[in-house]
Design a protein around this ligand. Structure first.
Ligand code: NAD
Length: 295
């Protein structure tokens, strides 16, 4: 099987790269963190010294990176960017970076290097299990080439050829996921303050019309057990909702609820730090209401 390049082997990229190795691919990997690359070196992957070095070894380079600025730098930056690689033909962005940077970077890489948007949803658990939703936009001919690789990660949804289109789908989803977490934290805080047992209230909601991804997954798995370790950073969730609201604003779509959710994430980030798990939104409500969500 072909050697693939993979840049950014963090919470999401790590398990995704691991699945590619399991499927029989050889990998050339780059990450700023030596701790992140160590397990891959142990499994026989080549560890490169820069994005350009990865792109001089692999025709297809996948990236899973935190922010739009980092994706831009890794793609185009200085002499070390993917654009300086001698072998690369396709760059696949698995990160959530919004349609703006996708459009810009795609046009700068063309015509020598093709661009594929492939943001994913399903969290660290889905990345490990290969059950992610993979949203793709790129030319159809390119899609046929990358589809077998992307299938390793989960279920594929081809959204169209326009650069950034799949990123718009991803932002819409993440706005809803964050909204569910904020609204559920508020509703739960009200109920617990009134005297309800959090576990009982959660069971009621999950058997009723208010159930959502926070009541079914985040609260039972990371908030009631008080581990606050769902696997997604507050800073990244804030970035997603900010990108979504900005994108909507640029198109003349008002987002009243979206703006409020963005501010809740900004407050959570200020209170607990960008690296805190985004389930700390619930901790904010605990502090404000003077209660605890204890299962
Ligand atoms: P992460 O911070 O765990 O991983 C990012 C990795 O990129 C780290 O290993 C970091 O060292 C590396 N990195 C940072 N800057 C770099 C650079 N300049 N060059 C090379 N490597 C660099 O983040 P994550 O949670 O894995 O998220 C990655 C992307 O996937 C983000 O865009 C995020 O929004 C998106 N995403 C995350 C989740 C989730 O549940 N964690 C789910 C879906 C999508």
């Amino acid at each position: 099987m072909a050697l693939l390049g993979f840049i950014g082997v963090g919470r999401m990229g790590g398990p995704m790269a691991s699945r590619l190795l399991d499927a029989g691919h050889q990998l050339c990997i780059y990450d700023l963190s030596a701790e992140a690359t160590r397990p891959f070196a142990a499994r026989g992957a080549t560890i490169a010294g820069s994005p350009a070095e990865v792109a001089s070894q692999a025709e297809i380079v996948l990236v899973s990176l935190p922010t739009p600025d980092i994706v831009r730098t890794v793609a185009l930056g200085g002499n070390d960017g993917v654009i300086n690689g001698t072998k690369v033909r396709l760059m696949v962005d698995l990160s959530t970076t919004g349609p703006g940077v996708a459009t810009e970077v795609a046009s700068r890489l063309m015509p020598r290097i093709g661009w594929v948007d492939a943001p994913v949803s399903g969290g660290v658990t889905g990345a490990r299990a290969g059950t992610l939703a993979v949203m793709v936009s790129c030319p159809k001919k390119t899609f046929d080439e990358v589809e077998p690789v992307l299938k390793t990660f989960g279920k594929i949804f081809f959204t169209g050829e326009k650069p950034g289109l799949a990123q718009s789908a991803k932002l819409a989803n993440n706005l809803l996921a964050a909204t569910a977490l904020v609204a559920t934290s508020e509703a739960m805080a009200m109920g617990v303050k009134a005297g309800l047992d959090p576990k009982v209230l959660l069971d009621i909601i999950n058997a009723s019309s208010g159930r959502n991804s926070a009541t079914q997954d985040k609260f039972p798995r990371a908030i009631l057990p008080r581990t606050f370790d769902f696997g997604f950073a507050t800073g990244l969730s804030y970035k997603d909702v900010r990108l979504c609201v900005e994108e909507a604003e640029a198109m003349g779509v008002p987002m009243v609820v979206g703006s409020a959710v963005r501010e809740m994430l900004a407050i959570t980030r200020a209170r607990f730090g960008a690296d805190s798990d985004f389930t700390h939104i619930a901790k904010l409500l605990e502090e404000w209401a003077g209660i605890e969500f204890r299962g």
